[in-house]
Design a protein around this ligand. Structure first.
Ligand code: 48F
Length: 256
């Protein structure tokens, strides 16, 4: 039985990895905006892969803020909670909330069930660039390899190809920062807190920021110099949805 268990794990991983090596959309970061984008794309039969550096998916969505469970959502994002089948409480007109563990696990389950691929414990390391510096994939490595001292972890990364990459890495905006490192983008960084303005502006700016690269969630604040948001998550979901739509429209246009 031992060897059968080992073989089951290895053969499935090899099959998954072969399929992940070339997809339509790679979402870097499995927080609320990345998972939402992956869910919407997978539902439309787009081949989508989430690359997440932690063993667990969900990013900051497990907690509502200040180590407390209630995740708040401002209107109109409660509609997405309805879609996910999450029961929520109305705190006042336009402000709703539910326990983070419930909402986060429902979103993860929905994205997995819709068919989004998940590559966890794997960190984004670099971009793949093609003609005119179009982003055409990502270079990744095991998170454990990147956290060990170089002398022990001389492990070359591998590359995954895609038609679109979504940077959903939160405040760090790792993918956009990599473009900055290569002199292709100037990142202003996020500003001071202003919940309403940030939520609206993040959703408004979600979409392509560079050929082949879409940005969603808090990475949008960092990329466009918008205010930080604080502990409210509706726009993370709406931003992921808008990013997914931008990717889908792009893929459809490309296939014509
Ligand atoms: O930070 P995160 O939850 O991103 P988000 O979708 O949502 C932000 C909110 O949680 C909250 C907020 C709004 O209310 O301010 O912070 O914008 O999730 C980002 C995910 O990206 C992963 C990280 O572990 C987390 O799960 N991530 C970050 N860098 C990398 C990465 C990387 N280099 N490689 C792979 N995953």
């Amino acid at each position: 039985m031992e060897s059968s268990v080992t073989n089951a794990i290895i053969s499935q991983f090899a099959e998954d990895m072969a399929s992940f090596s070339q997809v339509d959309v790679i979402v870097v970061g499995g927080g609320p905006s990345g998972l939402m984008a992956a869910l919407d794309l997978a539902k439309k039969n787009v081949k989508v892969l989430v690359v997440e550096r932690n063993p667990h998916l969900g990013g900051g969505f497990w907690l509502g803020g200040f180590f407390m469970n209630t995740v708040t959502i401002r209107s109109p994002a409660e509609k997405i909670m309805d879609e996910l089948g999450v029961k929520y409480k109305r705190f006042q007109k336009g402000l709703y909330g539910a326990p983070g563990p419930l909402m986060c696990s429902k979103l993860i389950a929905a994205a997995c069930e819709a068919g989004a691929g998940m590559l966890n414990m794997v960190s984004f390391d670099d971009v793949v660039l093609r003609e005119k510096n179009r982003v055409a994939g990502v270079v990744v490595n095991w998170t454990s390899a990147s956290t060990l001292p170089k002398a022990i972890s001389m492990v070359d990364p591998v590359a995954l190809e895609s038609k679109v990459v979504i940077d959903a890495t939160g405040h760090d905006a790792c993918v956009v920062r990599k473009l900055e490192e290569r002199g292709l983008y100037k990142v202003p960084g996020f500003g001071a807190m202003w919940i309403e303005k940030s939520e609206d502006e993040v959703v408004r700016h979600s979409g392509f920021c560079h050929p082949g690269l879409i940005v969603t969630g808090m990475a949008v604040s960092t990329t466009f110099g918008l205010p930080r948001m604080g502990p409210t998550f509706g726009s993370m979901l709406l931003s992921g949805r808008k990013g997914a739509k931008a990717a889908y429209d792009f893929l459809r246009k490309r296939s014509k």
